[in-house]
Design a binder for this molecule. Structure first.
Ligand code: HEC
Length: 325
């Protein structure tokens, strides 16, 4: 063994194995290597390397001493063993014999068959056990395969693929549900939950009030409390306006790089909650699109439906403007 793994291969190899094992055990799912994440690992690695080198030094010293104590015959025998090729090692020979079950040339007389074709003779060798074993394995495999796929109708590749695709789709949906920051304008839902509105108000007061006033009455930006919208009311439109901005040059910039989608959703909920309130100094209504908060709950349409239809309804409403409230 020593011949195949000299010390300059053995030590780095063992160290690498230890290192990878530690990475695998300690690393967990973080991107950084374990020794960066947990400095203790560094100490552990150092200790291991130290121990490896110590063992090598002790082993080589012991070998030297043993060598000195040997008689010349023993030394010759050891050298002969060390220079013997692997295929002559006793354990390799035994293994090959087990796997192939060959007869030696001396034993060939026992298995010689009695026919003779112009001097060509035949030996009745046993089938090599490795081959016979493999044959049994394939036979067993065939029986299991046939039962599984042709008797008990397990899924074939196509069915397996389709099932996995369905499962993956479900996982994506599940992920989207729990990751509000993948949210789009279509998925944004109005919430009158006080904590949501409070969070929205906090963002509004620091970022939006300069132009829209704290109470939404309007200054540079339009009044957000009336039912007239320049860019459209309802969660979807308001979400879109906040994230993508207003018409170019009007001053309402896209905010999507400042806020996460979940924050925009809260802002939009807060803006909609302002609808119908009475600000201290209301700017005159601007915009031809009429939409009021009542449409969120209005009629017997579900909230989802009302939200979806909001943008189409306002187009019709715009023809015959009727100011609610
Ligand atoms: C620099 C001033 C300014 C700031 C700051 C500002 N807005 Fe605006 N906002 C405007 C202007 C101007 C418009 C009109 C845009 C247009 O005419 O296209 C507008 C339009 C809007 C509209 C559409 C109103 C309608 O009638 O359709 C909404 C909703 C809105 N802003 C919400 C916000 C929110 C939420 C913030 C804070 C994140 C914000 N705005 C910050 C200036 C501003």
């Amino acid at each position: 063994m020593k011949k195949f793994f000299p010390v300059y291969v053995r030590v780095p190899l063992l160290f690498a194995i230890f290192f990878l094992a530690i990475e695998w055990l300690v690393g967990g799912d973080s991107d950084k290597p374990a020794f960066v994440e947990h400095p203790v690992v560094l100490i552990l690695l150092g200790l291991f390397l130290f121990a490896l080198i110590a063992v090598e030094i002790v082993a080589s010293a012991t070998n030297k001493i043993l060598d000195r104590l040997m008689t010349p015959e023993e030394r010759a025998l050891k050298q002969k063993e060390a220079s013997r090729p692997l295929r002559d090692a006793p354990w390799v020979k035994r293994l090959m014999q087990k796997l192939t079950n060959t007869k030696t040339i001396e034993q060939e007389g026992d298995i010689m068959m009695d026919h003779d074709y112009d001097g060509i003779k035949e030996l009745d060798n046993d089938l090599p056990p490795w081959w016979v074993g493999l044959f049994y394995v394939t036979a067993i495999f065939a029986v299991i395969y046939m039962l599984r796929y042709h008797v008990f109708d397990a899924d074939n590749q196509v069915a397996e693929f389709e099932k996995e695709m369905i499962a993956a789709k479900e996982q994506v949906e599940e992920y989207k549900k729990n990751a509000p920051d993948m949210l789009t304008a279509d998925q944004a839902v109005f919430s009158d939950d006080p904590t949501v509105l409070a969070a929205g108000k906090a963002l509004f007061d620091t970022n939006c009030a300069v132009c829209h006033k704290n109470d939404g009455g309007g200054a540079i930006g339009p009044n957000l409390t009336d039912d007239h919208w320049i860019l459209g009311g309802g969660m979807k439109n308001v979400f879109n306006t906040i994230s993508e901005g207003g018409r170019p040059g009007k001053g309402m910039v896209p905010w999507k790089s400042n806020f996460k989608p979940s924050e925009i959703e809260k802002l939009a909920s807060y803006v909609i909650s302002l609808n119908g309130t009475v600000p201290a100094e209301a700017k005159a209504p601007e915009g031809d699109i009429v939409w009021s908060k009542a449409e969120l709950t209005g009629g017997d349409a579900s909230e989802e439906g009302a939200k979806e239809e909001a943008s189409e309804e306002v187009a019709v409403d715009a023809e015959t403007p009727e100011v609610k409230n």
